[in-house]
Structure formats: structure tokens, C-alpha cells
Design a binder for this molecule. Structure first.
Ligand SMILES: C[S@@+](CC[C@H](N)C(=O)[O-])C[C@H]1O[C@@H](n2cnc3c(N)ncnc32)[C@H](O)[C@@H]1O
Length: 394
């Protein structure tokens, strides 16, 4: 495959996205016209089968180009550009095309709309928006200067250099005259449910729509589609989750967990009390949805998995560093050993939340929703905004 033949690849990718139902017909011309490979650096990592596979244009031009038109995310930066640190975390990427298409579908743009994007990355999503609405209808904010500069160059190479790429923190989107107030706001980096930027309400006009991935410390993630209140001058936004999501976190919301000995200075199990449980924590680990249900109800709890031979020890911690718990998952067992320490019985809280979710019929993503207020309240609910799922203070 050569760059000249990318037109065929674009059409095939668009056909695949249409078959999955992610690509709404109004977006098809943009996906067919904008060359995705123009937004990729000479070396990127295609994320496929949970593995980052290097695609090097110099070594394998065919493989490099073919990867650009598969339905896979492409990692373009590790560790905020500190490649020497050993490539631990993805920090910028081109998102998976199915996810890009479904978010644009949820955004429900109309001709003439002004769209603010948070998290420009290499600029592909901004280019699709610019193709559909016109470059002057797109403002995109990127926190990383090198990434923003690259996005500007990529957009120019694609003939779409009228897009306004702002280097800055998208948690405080620009509402200056040059940017205007958005009809639609789309975030392509995730926020913790408890920390979705309230400034997004002020940046979006009443009647507008916000599409944003949300996450929890515990794990799990969802896409939200929030309608900004028409009557209240954009002071509230609410809507259902639309499906799962797994986006890189907004830079300032990354969580640095304290070391284990901050919780347990001596030898395990310390002063912990012992019990047994019938719930295998691996069942939680296997379900992104269960993690979301638990994480939205217990927003200050997180876990770490420690495999040792056949056993996997699950560690649970609170962010205030008062309590911890462990549960040993042994394959084939009916009961699992539990240790809990501190004023909170973290495993009991998790198990109770799991039971509450199960008794509600293990509701899926679309039954959950979120209300965000300008005053800073973020409430996750089940089925109806009055039926709160998140804790009262959340
Ligand atoms: C998944 S990438 C964006 C994907 C991209 N929009 C595309 O076209 O596929 C997420 C980007 O969000 C950026 N980011 C993280 N925190 C941010 C923040 N607070 N404000 C603006 N951008 C942020 C990251 O630097 C990264 O480039």
C-alpha cells in the first residue's frame, strides 16, 4: 500500500465504521476525505490486542500506512514526550476510529455550529470537524505544547489550517471573543466523574451539547452526552451515559497513589481483621461496567492487583490513607480470604455496592446518567436524575 492508495483505504475504513453503526451518514464524507495517515508521526504504536505494536515508516512503509486505516488507536506520545523514561503511559494518541465516529454522532452537529474540542492530540478529530463545519468553526485546546504545534502542522498539511488550536488547559476552555461560546463541546481526554470541569458549562451555550468520557479512580469509564440547560443560562447539564469508554485522563487529574507502607507500615496483615467472602474480586476485574458502578459510588477507593503464582491478591485503598483491605483470589475456590484495616471496611463497602448493582439488575451504561451543575455538583444517577447513585456529597 502506498500513500497514493490511501483513498481506497479511507473508503474501506468508512464502510467498516458505517457497518458497525458508529458512522452516521452525515459524517461519511469527512471520513472518506480526511487522510488519517497525515496525522501520524514517522513512528507510532498501533494498539492492537492489548499490545502497542511499533509502526516505523522508514522500516516498513506499507505496514505504517496500513495501520493508519485500521480500526485501532495509534499512540503518538508516551510519558508526556519523555521517551527516555521507558514508555510507561500513553499520553497522546489518535483515538480508535469507531470511538471517534460514535462521539461525533453523539455530538449531533448542525451546519454553522461552533465546536470546542478539549484534547487536540495529533488533530485528526479536529480535521474531521473542520471538514464538515469549516475550519473557522472549530477551536481545539491541547495542553502539551509540542503536541499542539504538531497538530497545527498536521492540519496545515491536510489543507485545514484555519482551525484554531490553542495551547492550554482545556479544563478552563477559552471563552474569549475569538473563540466564542460553543454550540457543542467534545472532550477527547477523560475526567474523573468527581472532577468534570464546570467551566465547560460556561463555555457552551444553553441548549448546547457536551460529549465527554468520564472515568473513576476505581476503574471503568463511560461516554456521557449532556444537554446544557436551556432556561438556566447554561448552569446545568444532564444526560445518560451512551456506552463504555477508556480515554487517557486529563493531565492534571492523574492520580499518584501513596506507597503501600503509608497504609501498612509494618508486615502484612498488621492489625487487620480476618473474614471470608463469596465474591471473587476477579469478577469485578473482568467487568469494566462493574468497576464503573463501584467507582461512581465509592469515588475515593482504588485497587491494585498483585498476582503471585496461582493467587491474585487484590489490594483496596482509600485516598485519605486511613483504610485498606486485601482479598486473595484463588482459582476454583468458593470462598476467599479477606483482611480489612482502618476505620472503613473497604471490602464490605465494595461488596455491598456490587450487591446493590446486582439487585438493580446489573444496569448497563445507558441506564446511568450524570448531572453537572455550575456550582460544582456532579451526580451520577440511575434511570432518572432524582434516583442518585453517587453518594450525597458527590
Ligand atoms: C486521546 S488524545 C486526543 C485524540 C484526538 N483528539 C484525536 O484526534 O484522535 C488526548 C489528548 O488530550 C490532551 N490533554 C490531556 N489533558 C488535557 C487538558 N487538561 N487540556 C487539554 N488537553 C489535554 C493530551 O495531551 C492528549 O494529546
Amino acid at each position: 500500500m502506498s500513500a497514493d492508495r490511501s483513498e481506497g483505504a479511507r473508503h474501506r475504513l468508512a464502510g467498516h465504521l458505517a457497518d458497525t453503526g458508529a458512522l452516521e451518514p452525515g459524517w461519511r464524507p469527512a471520513f472518506e476525505a480526511v487522510p488519517r495517515h497525515l496525522f501520524l508521526p514517522p513512528v507510532y504504536w498501533e494498539f492492537t490486542d492489548r499490545t502497542a505494536v511499533e509502526r516505523d515508516r522508514a522500516a516498513d512503509p506499507e505496514g505504517w500506512l496500513a495501520g493508519a486505516y485500521r480500526d485501532t488507536p495509534a499512540i503518538t506520545q508516551w510519558d508526556d514526550g519523555d521517551q527516555g523514561a521507558g514508555m510507561r503511559d500513553f499520553t497522546s494518541s489518535l483515538s480508535m476510529p469507531t470511538m471517534v465516529a460514535s462521539m461525533l454522532r453523539d455530538l449531533d452537529v448542525q451546519d454553522g455550529h461552533l465546536v470546542h474540542e478539549i484534547g487536540t492530540g495529533p488533530g485528526y478529530n479536529a480535521a474531521l470537524l473542520a471538514h464538515r463545519l469549516g475550519p473557522d468553526r472549530v477551536v481545539s485546546v491541547e495542553i502539551d505544547k509540542t503536541v499542539a504545534d504538531t497538530a497545527r502542522a498536521n492540519l496545515t498539511a491536510a489543507g485545514l489550517d484555519g482551525v484554531r488550536v490553542v495551547t492550554g488547559d482545556g479544563a478552563e476552555p477559552t471563552t474569549d471573543e475569538a473563540s466564542g461560546r460553543a454550540d457543542r463541546l467534545i472532550a477527547t481526554c477523560s475526567s474523573l466523574v468527581t472532577d468534570i470541569p464546570t467551566a465547560w458549562l460556561g463555555a457552551t451555550r444553553p441548549g448546547g451539547i457536551l460529549v465527554a468520557p468520564v472515568a473513576t479512580l476505581f476503574g471503568g469509564g463511560a461516554m456521557t452526552r449532556l444537554n446544557v440547560d436551556r432556561d438556566g443560562d447554561g448552569r446545568t447539564a444532564a444526560g445518560h451515559f451512551t456506552g463504555p469508554s477508556d480515554f487517557m485522563r486529563m493531565r492534571q487529574q492523574r492520580y499518584q497513589a501513596p506507597p503501600v507502607d503509608a497504609y501498612l507500615p509494618g508486615e502484612w496483615p498488621g492489625d487487620a481483621t480476618a473474614s471470608v467472602t463469596g465474591l471473587d474480586p476477579e469478577a469485578i476485574g473482568d467487568s469494566w461496567l462493574a468497576q464503573l458502578a463501584i467507582g461512581t459510588r465509592l469515588p475515593d477507593v482504588y485497587y491494585r492487583r498483585a498476582p503471585y503464582q496461582e493467587t491474585v491478591t487484590w489490594w483496596f485503598f482509600d485516598t485519605t490513607v486511613t483504610s485498606w483491605a486485601t482479598v486473595d483470589s484463588v482459582p476454583g475456590a468458593d470462598e476467599y480470604q479477606v483482611r480489612q484495616s482502618g476505620p472503613r471496611r473497604l471490602w464490605d463497602e465494595i461488596h455491598t455496592t456490587w450487591n446493590t448493582w446486582q439487585h438493580a439488575g446489573a444496569p448497563g451504561y445507558q441506564r446511568f446518567g450524570l448531572t453537572l451543575t455550575r456550582a460544582g455538583r456532579r451526580t451520577v444517577w440511575l434511570d432518572h436524575p432524582d434516583n442518585h447513585w453517587s453518594p450525597p456529597a458527590g
